[in-house]
Design a binder for this molecule. Structure first.
Ligand SMILES: NC(=O)c1ccc[n+]([C@@H]2O[C@H](COP(=O)([O-])OP(=O)(O)OC[C@H]3O[C@@H](n4cnc5c(N)ncnc54)[C@H](O)[C@@H]3O)[C@@H](O)[C@H]2O)c1
Length: 364
């Protein structure tokens, strides 16, 4: 397999590398260097990941007593496990020189990152993502956090990692439904930023964990995210910027919220959301009507839904969209496409139009 060069996320004094080839050796090297410098090391993971990939941490030089195994699943991104994780560090008298690694998907990455941002007002943080979603999305960009009973990701901090180690071979044990969910974010990058990338995805037959082209595809996604994040790290741009990464997500969050978390994997809701965002762009006169077929074909070919599994109430979906924390000045804010591969933020979309769009995916 050809070597894939590391990528640097350009954030001035906080720039950091993302490794793609031979990453577990890079990890082993960095762990040894931290130890040689007298630093202490801890790693948070989840029980399923540790069972599926039992050798990775030992081979990289971590010791059993340094590992905190948390339950798998979204519930771990909570105040309860945040507190447990902090106590693990404090109980072992970890101090400022401690380097915290996250070995897992977006749940472990988000929780560990927030612990790293908070413990002793901030310790060094490293990511070893193990899901497709965390490789292409959550491990890049520095958003960390946990959920509250009142809503997802309501508490958190921007805390950039020191390095990210991506080894796509780890995806061989990932359930196929989770792999497909990660593909929604991959497709999203093509639609929002890079028409050539979208075309390449159209040409690939079926992408799996062992596809030779996967690592290059993951790198392309990270490069797009890194470029957008470098220009608008804290999502403060008045228009465009980091918000563009939410293409399809205003719809997706409403679906997850109304269906109840767990009914749809996030990426499955994003599949439907990307279909709706494409339709919205057509209705706004921004893209060609034929693009809907291209978008739907690609989403469905990756094993993702483009319509709801069972009808959801339009009133509930609209109310959930009103509560979206990305709205500005009480107005619905969407990300649409000016052209396939070129997203824009669009404010003040007519509610009647959005209701009509919901009907096309089976809402009632
Ligand atoms: N910080 C960000 O910018 C950002 C971006 C997108 C999503 N997120 C967050 O990411 C989270 C979702 O992350 P996710 O989709 O990675 O889910 P996840 O972390 O829950 O992992 C999905 C499932 O796969 C299992 N798993 C992980 N890696 C495995 C492997 N290699 N082999 C076998 N099983 C494995 C996990 O135990 C879990 O059951 C959400 O909380 C979401 O809010 C954050």
């Amino acid at each position: 397999m050809s070597t894939i060069a590391p990528l640097t996320v350009e954030l001035a004094d906080r720039a950091y590398p993302i490794h793609f080839s031979d990453s577990l050796n890079a990890l082993k090297h960095d762990v040894a260097a931290l130890r040689a410098a007298g630093r202490s090391i801890r790693v948070f993971s989840d029980a399923k990941v540790l069972a599926a990939q039992p050798d990775v941490l030992a081979q990289a030089g971590f010791e059993d007593t340094e590992i905190l195994s948390l339950p798998s699943g979204e519930k771990t991104k909570s105040v309860e496990f945040f507190s447990q994780a902090l106590s693990f560090l404090a109980g072992q008298s970890a101090n400022r020189d401690c380097a915290l690694f996250a070995f897992g998907g977006g749940v472990i990455g988000d929780l560990s990152g927030y612990v790293a941002a908070s413990y002793l007002r901030g310790i060094d943080f490293y990511q070893i993502p193990t899901t497709l979603l965390s490789m292409v999305d959550s491990s890049v960009g520095g958003k960390t956090g946990i959920n509250l009973p009142e809503g997802k990701n309501l508490v958190g901090a921007f805390w950039q990692p020191k390095a990210v180690y991506i080894e796509t071979r780890l995806l061989e044990t990932l359930p196929s439904r989770e792999f497909a969910a990660g593909m929604a974010e991959v497709i999203k990058y093509g639609m929002l930023y890079d028409l050539d990338f979208f075309k390449e995805l159209e040409q690939v037959n079926t992408l799996t964990a062992s596809s030779p082209e996967l690592a290059a595809i993951v790198r392309r996604c990270c490069a797009i995210k890194a470029e957008i994040v470098a220009d608008d790290e804290k999502e403060t741009a008045a228009s465009g910027g980091r918000a563009l990464l939410n293409l399809g997500h205003t719809f997706a969050h409403a679906i997850e919220n109304v269906a109840g978390y767990g009914q749809y994997l996030h990426g499955e809701a994003v599949g439907i959301g990307l279909n709706l965002a494409t339709q919205l762009s057509i209705e706004l006169g921004q893209i060609d009507a034929s693009d809907i077929t291209r978008a739907k074909n690609l989403i469905e070919r990756c094993g993702l839904p483009t319509v709801l599994k069972t009808p959801l109430p339009i009133s509930g979906l609209m109310a959930a969209m009103q509560r979206d924390k990305k709205n500005r000045g009480g107005k619905l804010r969407f990300v649409s496409m000016q052209a396939l591969g070129q997203a824009v933020t669009t404010d003040g979309v007519d509610a009647a139009l959005v209701e009509a769009l919901w009907k096309t995916v089976g809402a009632a």
